[in-house]
Ligand binder design. Structure first.
Ligand code: 0X9
Ligand code: ZN
Ligand code: ZN
Length: 421
């Protein structure tokens, strides 16, 4: 009798397990192309085409600096897409021939178990378990905080690291875009360095400032990118009038929301701004939290990938620049210079989002800059330049982290000498 009960329980448990883990989206023979765009007509044709079909997924939007766009194409769309490129004379280069191969590669190297480290990517549960451990090992210096709750009811967690009260605060928001896994890997590494590194420059960072770090902001999207779809970007709230799910969190903030085509009103677009600003519980919670600690921080940094850029406001226009733009450029010089000096020689380009990258409105950095009046705000776009894109091999995590630390030391140092902190 007992055995039957046990077996029945096992059956129920295991079938519940399969219900909870739907088959993963596969990207067999999905290709990524870099397109070189010559004029506005080509650009608007491409944008319209990509919004009409789920078979095309923009990895990196067009930017006026390189005049290029990275786009992922499904095998079923491939022939038609090539014809389209030919017809309109759009130059293209194949970057990745099979995205699934990269995803599989990422999985294989994630098999080494053992303690938490930076040789593979971790899922949300693992990251949170590690955070708990860190909080336990460093009581007094660390403090757990909650930004709020996600649409699916997860707690959006952060850690405050402080060696004494009321030092100038630096806020780091990471993984607002789910598929940008290198961001939370780098954020956890950065937390660990602040707590354990003996390097004088790092000790100085840890001892002189109060750090507020949210390693995974888009918790629902991040969990979904691990369980179901590696290429997921947005939040996970359904839309009442569309079968497409989620909003681009980084277009949902109430600053210049939807202006200058810096976001989309199409729920199926990867840059859907949401029906109204703050439509997502996550962005609303972050804005409330940031407002509540507005007297406690002066620098705001948002982690993204990929492209190797350091981007400052404004995102919504390239006709105007912030009053302190020259200072921001100077800080950017310091950041890029420090990274370039490392053995890897990696190049980061800096400048305003709208001039260096593309017009993006309603972003977190611009909101903090404009509405909370924090005049040092940056987006870091980590490695690489589209060889692997979002699927940056685990073997590059540590090098990326070293670059982050060198860049941050220089960024904070210059911010300090310029008198902002
Ligand atoms: O488009 C974005 O949201 C960011 N690029 S990404 O490829 N990671 O999606 C850039 C955000 C730029 N920041 C501001 N608008 N301030
Ligand atoms: Zn991003
Ligand atoms: Zn410069």
């Amino acid at each position: 009798m007992r055995l039957i009960w046990l077996l029945a329980t096992l059956v129920v448990l295991s079938s519940a397990g399969t219900v909870k883990d739907p088959p993963k989206v596969r990207y067999d023979n999905y290709a990524v192309y870099k397109l070189s765009i010559k004029n506005k007509i080509q650009l608007s044709l491409l944008n319209r085409l990509s919004e009409r079909t789920q078979n095309l997924n923009i990895w990196k939007d067009y930017d006026e600096f390189s005049k290029q766009m990275d786009i992922m194409v499904s095998p079923s769309e491939s022939k038609r897409f090539q014809l389209f490129l030919k017809l309109y004379g759009i130059n293209n280069q194949l970057l990745i021939s099979n995205v699934q191969v990269l995803i599989d590669g990422e999985q294989v190297s994630s098999r080494d178990s053992g303690t938490f480290g930076w040789k593979r990517y971790y899922n949300l549960d693992e990251i949170e378990a590690w955070l708990d451990e860190i909080l336990q090992t460093h009581p007094g210096i660390t403090e757990d905080f909650s930004v709020g709750q996600s649409y699916e009811g997860r707690r959006i967690r952060g850690i405050k690291i402080s060696h004494g009260s009321n030092k100038p605060g630096i806020f780091i928001e990471s993984n607002i875009h789910a598929r940008e896994w290198i961001t939370s890997a780098s954020a956890t590494w950065f937390i660990n360095e602040l707590l354990t590194s003996q390097q004088p420059e790092v000790r100085n960072l840890a001892n002189s400032y109060d750090w507020y770090i949210v390693p995974v902001f888009n918790v629902d999207g991040f969990a979904y990118s691990h369980q179901s779809d590696r290429m997921w970007r947005k939040t996970r709230q359904p839309h009442p009038t569309s079968s497409c799910i989620g909003v681009d969190g980084n277009r949902n903030f109430d600053s210049q929301w939807m202006v200058n085509n810096g976001a989309s009103d199409d729920p199926c677009s990867e840059t859907f701004a949401g029906p109204v600003p703050w439509s997502e519980p996550e962005t609303k919670a972050l804005s409330d939290y940031l407002t509540s600690i507005r007297d406690k921080f002066s620098v705001y940094i948002s982690f993204h990938s990929y492209g190797q850029w350091l981007l400052s406001p404004y995102g919504h226009t390239k006709e105007e620049f912030p009053e302190n733009y020259n200072d921001l450029l100077e800080i950017g010089d310091a950041f890029s210079g420090a990274i370039k000096n490392l053995v890897y020689g990696t190049e980061y380009v800096h400048g305003s989002t709208a001039t260096v990258l593309y017009v993006a409105s309603g972003s977190s950095v611009d909101w903090v800059f404009n509405e909370l009046d924090k005049k040092v705000g940056f987006t870091i776009e980590f490695r690489d330049k589209a060889r692997f894109g979002f699927v940056l091999p685990p073997s590059q995590i540590l090098a990326n982290c070293e670059e982050l630390m060198a860049g941050m030391i220089a960024l904070i140092d210059r911010t300090n000498t310029l008198g902002y902190i």
